[in-house]
Design a protein around this ligand. Structure first.
Ligand code: MG
Length: 386
C-alpha cells in the first residue's frame, strides 16, 4: 500500500474537535492531535514510564517491557490499524502514549496498595490518574496547569470511571469526559481502538516476557489454543525450528498471533461499522456498545489467553513475592509522607489535600525512586537479595 486510505467521516478530525478546555491559537505546522502527542512526549510523566514496571519489576532485567516500551507498542499497533481503517493515526498515537501515564510504580501491585491507602480519601485508580496527570499535575505552561489536551485525547485516556468519579468530573466540566459514564455511551473510534491495541500488546508481550524470564514454560502454553494453533502452523512452515532453541519459534508464533489479532480486529470492526452505519462521531458515541471489536471466536480465544496469564504468570509465586514487597514500600511511603509532608517536594508538601497530594507524589515515582525513598526513610532495602 503506497498511501493511507482517506479519513472516514466518522473518524475524529481536528476540524471536528470539541477543542481544548482553554482555547489556544492553532499551531502553524501541526494538527491539534499531533500537538497533543508532542506535549505528552515532552512531559515529565512520559519520561518516567521508562523506569516503571509492567509486570516485572524494572530492575529484574533489561529485556522486559517497561511502561514506556509497552506504550510505544500500543502506539505502533494502534496506528497501523488506524491507517488501514481510515481512522485518525495522530489521535491514536496521542492516546496510546498517554494511556499509562497515571500508573504507580510496581505495576498493579502499586496501584492496589495505593488504592487501599486512599480508601477513606476517595481511592486511587490509574485511568483517572492518567487524566489527572495531563489535566492538572504536569506543571509546564505559564497559562494553565496540565497539558490542556483536546477533548478527544482526554476522552481516550479516561478508559474507565466509577459513577462517583464521573459525577465529580461532570460537576467540574459539564458534558465533559465524565459524561458518558453517567449518561451511557461510547468514546470515539480512536479511543476504542487504542483500548484494544493495549490489550493486544500486553497479552502478547506478557507471553514473551513470561517465557523469557523462565516463569512460563513453553509446554504450559499447550492450554492456550490461540498460541498452539499458530505454533503448529509455524512448525509446519518451518520444520527446522523443532531442532533449534525455542526463541525463534516463540518470536514467529507471537508475530503471527499479533497479526491475527490485528487482522481480526480490522475485519470484525469494519463489518460492525458497515452494519451500524454511523454518520458522525457523535453517532459513534451514541451507540449502545463499542464498534471496534474482535470477532466472537477471537474474543473467546483472548479470554482464554488472559485466564492463562492470570493463573500462571500474574499469580506466579515469584511475581507474588515481589508484589508483597511493592505493597510494603507503597504503604510505608504513604504513612511516612502523611505524617511528614516536608519529606516530599514543595508543590506536594504544600498542597491543600494532603492524602491526595501524597498519592499523587507516590504515583509519579519510578520503581527505583520509590525503593530508594523507602530505603532513605526506613533504612531497610526490601528488594535486597532479589
Ligand atoms: Mg496499557
Amino acid at each position: 500500500m503506497d498511501t493511507a486510505p482517506p479519513l472516514r467521516p466518522v473518524a475524529c478530525a481536528p476540524s471536528r474537535s470539541r477543542g481544548r478546555r482553554r482555547p489556544e491559537p492553532p499551531a502553524p505546522t501541526r494538527t491539534e492531535y499531533q500537538r497533543d502527542r508532542d506535549r505528552i512526549v515532552h512531559s515529565t510523566a512520559f519520561r518516567r514510564l521508562v523506569y516503571k514496571t509492567q509486570v516485572f519489576l524494572n530492575h529484574e532485567g533489561d529485556l522486559f517491557r517497561t511502561r514506556l516500551t509497552h506504550s510505544l507498542e500500543v502506539a505502533q499497533l494502534g496506528r497501523s490499524v488506524a491507517r488501514t481503517m481510515g481512522l485518525n493515526e495522530d489521535l491514536v498515537e496521542a492516546i496510546a502514549l498517554a494511556h499509562d501515564l497515571g500508573h504507580t510504580p510496581f505495576g498493579h501491585a502499586g496501584q492496589d496498595a495505593l488504592d487501599a491507602c486512599m480508601r477513606e480519601h476517595g481511592g486511587f485508580e490509574h485511568n483517572l490518574q492518567s487524566l489527572r496527570v495531563v489535566d492538572a499535575l504536569e506543571l509546564r505552561y505559564p497559562a494553565f496547569d496540565g497539558l490542556n489536551l483536546t477533548f478527544e485525547t482526554r476522552e481516550g485516556i479516561l478508559k474507565r470511571c466509577s459513577r462517583v468519579e464521573a459525577e465529580r468530573l461532570e460537576a467540574a466540566e459539564p458534558g465533559g469526559v465524565g459524561h458518558r459514564f453517567i449518561a451511557g455511551g461510547q468514546p470515539g473510534l480512536e479511543a476504542q481502538l487504542t483500548n484494544l491495541a493495549d490489550e493486544i500488546a500486553y497479552n502478547t508481550h506478557d507471553v514473551d516476557d513470561g517465557l523469557r524470564s523462565g516463569l512460563l514454560q513453553l509446554d504450559q502454553l499447550d492450554d492456550v489454543p490461540l498460541f498452539t494453533r499458530l505454533r503448529d502452523e509455524t512448525l509446519q512452515d518451518h520444520p527446522g525450528l523443532r531442532a533449534q532453541p525455542s526463541r525463534r519459534l516463540v518470536h514467529e508464533t507471537l508475530r503471527r498471533m499479533l497479526s491475527q489479532l490485528i487482522y481480526d480486529l480490522i475485519a470484525a470492526s469494519s463489518a460492525r461499522l458497515d452494519d451500524a452505519a454511523p454518520a458522525t462521531v457523535d453517532d459513534v458515541r451514541a451507540q449502545p456498545g463499542p464498534l471496534m471489536r474482535f470477532s466472537d471466536a477471537m474474543r473467546h480465544d483472548t479470554v482464554q489467553l488472559k485466564r492463562f496469564l492470570f493463573a500462571n504468570l500474574y499469580r506466579h509465586p515469584q511475581v507474588m513475592a515481589m508484589t508483597a514487597r511493592a505493597r510494603e514500600v507503597v504503604e510505608t511511603l504513604f504513612r511516612r509522607y502523611l505524617d511528614r509532608p516536608e519529606e516530599m517536594t514543595d508543590e506536594f508538601a504544600q498542597a491543600a489535600s494532603r492524602p491526595r497530594a501524597v498519592a499523587d507524589y507516590i504515583a509519579g515515582m519510578t520503581d527505583r525512586f520509590a525503593a530508594r525513598e523507602h530505603l532513605r526513610l526506613t533504612g531497610r532495602d526490601v528488594f535486597a537479595g532479589g
